[in-house]
Design a protein around this ligand. Structure first.
Ligand SMILES: Cc1cc2nc3c(=O)[nH]c(=O)nc-3n(C[C@H](O)[C@H](O)[C@H](O)COP(=O)(O)OP(=O)(O)OC[C@H]3O[C@@H](n4cnc5c(N)ncnc54)[C@H](O)[C@@H]3O)c2cc1C
Ligand code: FES
Length: 475
C-alpha cells in the first residue's frame, strides 16, 4: 500500500469530510454556502467575508463550510483544522490536535471528534465514503483529542429555589469532558465563601489548598467530602443557547463537545444536610469546585424504539438530560414521575391536578405524575402507572426499554415488572458516596450476572447505571 504524506492526507481528509458534511446539509434541506471544490471555496471565502458574525471571535478565519437558513448563517465548520488554527480560534482548545470545529449562529464553538462524526454520517452516507475517510485518517499521526482534566472550576450562573427546598444550580465552565445522561458530578459544597466566622477560618476550601480539620471542627458536621449530584442538563452557556437545534436538526447536537459549557444540577436541600445547605447559599458569580463527569451513565445505544423513563422523588433530575438525548435521537419517550407527596417532586407542577410539568412539556412530553397521597397527579405508586401503560401498549415484539432512578424499593419493584414483561431496564443507583471514583469502596452493591458468581462492585465506577436484573436488591 502506498502511504501518502501527512499534509497530503490531511488535505484529502478535509476534502472528503467536507463533501460528507455538504451531503448531509443537502439532505437536511440546508443550503451550504461553501463546499470542497476550488470554485465553491473561492466563492465561500468571498461570501464569508461578507457574512461575518460581529460577535464571533473567529470572524477573521475562513471556515470550510457555511450553511445558510435563508440569509442567516446557521453553522460554520472548520473541518480538520491545524493545531495552530485551533489555538487561534480559541485559547481553551489548544490541546486539540485534529478535530472538526463548529460554530453556531450565537458564536458558540464546539468540537466534534472525527470518529463520532463518521458513525453519525453512516445514516446518510455510503459505506464506501465512510471507508475512504477512515483509511485517510489512518495516515494522520493523531486524530484524537487529548482530554482535559476531570477536575475543574465553574462559575455559578444561577442557583434558584424553584420549589421549596428544591434548587436548580447552573454552572458555567470551559471545555470539560462531555457528559452522558446518568453520569454525575462530585461537587465541593464549600460553606466558607458565605461565612467568614472563626468557625470556618481553618477550613478554607476555595483557595486551592486542602481543607484541614482541627479540634472542635472534628466534632462538627462539615461537608468535608464532595457530594454527588446527577447532571440534569449540559450544553453551551445559557445566554448564547440560541443554537442551531431548531434550525439545523436536533440529532446533530449530541455530537458536539462545547468549548464553553454549562451544567445544571437539580438538588434538594436536606434539613440536616450540611452539603446541600452550603450549596443552597451559593449565588451567581461564586466559584464552584467540581470533579466529573463521573461514572457510567445510561446505555442508549442501540436505541430503543420506545423509552419509558421512571423517576421517584429526587431521583428524577437525570431523566431530563436523558429525555433530551433520546428525543434528539428520534426515540419515543414517555415519562412517569412519582413521589410520596407533591412537595417531593423536584419540578414545578402546574395544571389543576398538579399533573403538568413545563420542563418536560417544552420537550413535547406529558409526564404521568403520581403521588402516594394524591396531592398531585394521580393517587398511587409510580410503578402502578407504569404497569397500566404496559397493560395497554405492550406486545411481544415491542422494542421498549425502561430507564429509572429513584428509591431502592421502587427500583426493586421495577426489576419485577421488567422481568414480567421481558423488557430491558436500567436504573441509576444513588447510594451514598465518598470519593466518587473508585478509591474508597464506600459505595458497593452486590450484583450477579447470568452464569457468573455473585460479587460486590463499586457503584461509582461500574455504575451508577445498572441493568436491574443483575442487582441483588436484598443482599
Ligand atoms: C450518583 C448520585 C447522584 C445523585 N444525584 C442527586 C441529585 O441530582 N439531586 C439531589 O438532590 N441529590 C442527589 N444525590 C444525593 C445527594 O448526593 C445527597 O443528597 C447529598 O450528598 C446530601 O448531602 P448533605 O451534606 O446535604 O447531607 P448528608 O449529611 O450527607 O445527608 C443527610 C441525610 O440524607 C441521607 N442521604 C444522603 N445521601 C443519600 C443518598 N444518596 N441516598 C439516600 N440517603 C442519602 C443521609 O443518610 C442523611 O440521613 C445523588 C447521589 C448519588 C450517589
Ligand atoms: S465512592 Fe469511593 S469507591 Fe465509590
Amino acid at each position: 500500500m502506498t502511504r501518502v504524506s501527512v499534509s497530503a492526507a490531511r488535505e484529502q481528509v478535509r476534502f472528503a469530510l467536507t463533501e460528507l458534511v455538504s451531503f448531509y446539509a443537502r439532505e437536511k434541506g440546508f443550503r451550504p454556502l461553501s463546499g470542497a471544490s476550488g470554485k465553491s471555496k473561492r466563492r465561500a471565502s468571498r461570501l464569508s467575508a461578507r457574512t461575518r458574525i460581529p460577535h464571533a471571535k473567529t470572524a477573521a478565519f475562513e471556515p470550510d463550510l457555511i450553511w445558510l437558513d435563508g440569509k442567516r448563517v446557521v453553522w460554520k465548520f472548520y473541518v480538520f483544522p491545524e493545531r495552530a488554527t485551533l489555538r487561534r480560534l480559541n485559547r481553551n482548545i489548544d490541546f486539540a490536535v485534529h478535530a472538526i470545529v463548529c460554530e453556531d449562529s450565537a458564536g458558540n464553538l464546539g468540537i466534534i471528534e472525527p470518529s463520532q462524526f463518521l458513525s453519525h454520517m453512516s445514516a446518510v452516507s455510503s459505506a464506501a465514503e465512510q471507508e475512504k475517510v477512515r483509511s485517510l485518517t489512518r495516515d494522520i499521526a493523531s486524530v484524537s483529542i487529548p482530554y482535559p482534566d476531570f477536575h475543574f472550576k465553574g462559575t455559578v450562573r444561577k442557583n434558584s429555589e424553584f420549589v421549596k427546598d428544591h434548587f436548580s444550580l447552573c454552572i458555567q465552565t470551559g471545555f470539560v469532558h462531555k457528559p452522558a445522561p446518568g453520569q454525575f458530578l462530585q461537587v465541593l459544597c464549600d460553606p466558607g465563601p458565605h461565612d467568614e466566622s472563626t468557625r470556618y477560618r481553618s477550613h478554607r476550601y476555595s483557595d486551592g489548598r486542602w481543607p484541614t480539620l482541627r479540634g472542635i471542627e472534628l466534632l462538627d458536621k462539615r461537608p468535608f467530602l464532595r457530594r454527588p449530584f446527577s447532571i440534569a442538563s449540559y450544553g453551551p452557556p445559557h445566554s448564547t443557547r440560541r443554537t442551531g437545534d431548531a434550525h439545523f436538526g436536533a440529532e446533530w447536537m449530541h455530537l458536539i463537545h462545547w468549548v464553553q459549557s454549562e451544567f445544571e444540577i437539580i438538588y434538594r436541600r436536606l434539613p440536616e444536610g450540611p452539603g446541600t445547605t452550603a450549596l443552597a447559599r451559593d449565588k451567581a458569580g461564586d466559584t464552584i469546585d467540581i470533579v466529573g463527569p463521573l461514572g457510567r451513565g445510561f446505555t442508549i445505544s442501540p436505541l430503543p424504539k420506545v423509552a419509558l423513563l421512571v423517576g421517584g422523588g429526587i431521583g428524577s433530575p437525570p431523566l431530563v438530560f436523558l429525555a433530551n438525548e433520546l428525543l434528539r435521537n428520534g426515540v419515543e419517550a414517555h415519562v412517569f414521575l412519582g413521589a410520596v407527596t407533591a412537595s417531593k417532586i423536584p419540578f414545578r407542577l402546574t395544571g389543576e391536578a398538579g399533573n403538568r410539568i413545563a420542563r418536560f412539556e417544552r420537550m413535547g412530553i406529558s409526564p404521568v405524575v403520581s403521588t402516594d397521597d394524591g396531592s398531585a397527579g394521580r393517587r398511587g405508586l409510580v410503578t402502578e402507572a407504569l404497569v397500566e401503560y404496559l397493560e395497554k401498549e405492550w406486545g411481544p415484539s415491542s422494542a421498549i426499554k425502561i430507564f429509572a432512578c429513584g428509591p431502592r424499593p421502587m427500583l426493586a419493584a421495577l426489576d419485577g415488572i421488567a422481568g414480567r414483561y421481558k423488557l430491558p431496564c436500567e436504573a441509576l443507583l444513588e447510594e451514598r458516596m465518598a470519593c466518587g471514583f473508585g478509591a474508597c469502596i464506600s459505595c458497593v452493591c452486590a450484583v450477579k450476572e447470568p452464569g457468573q458468581k455473585a460479587r460486590f462492585t463499586r457503584i461509582c465506577t461500574e455504575g451508577p447505571a445498572f441493568d436491574v436484573a443483575t442487582v441483588m436488591w436484598h443482599a
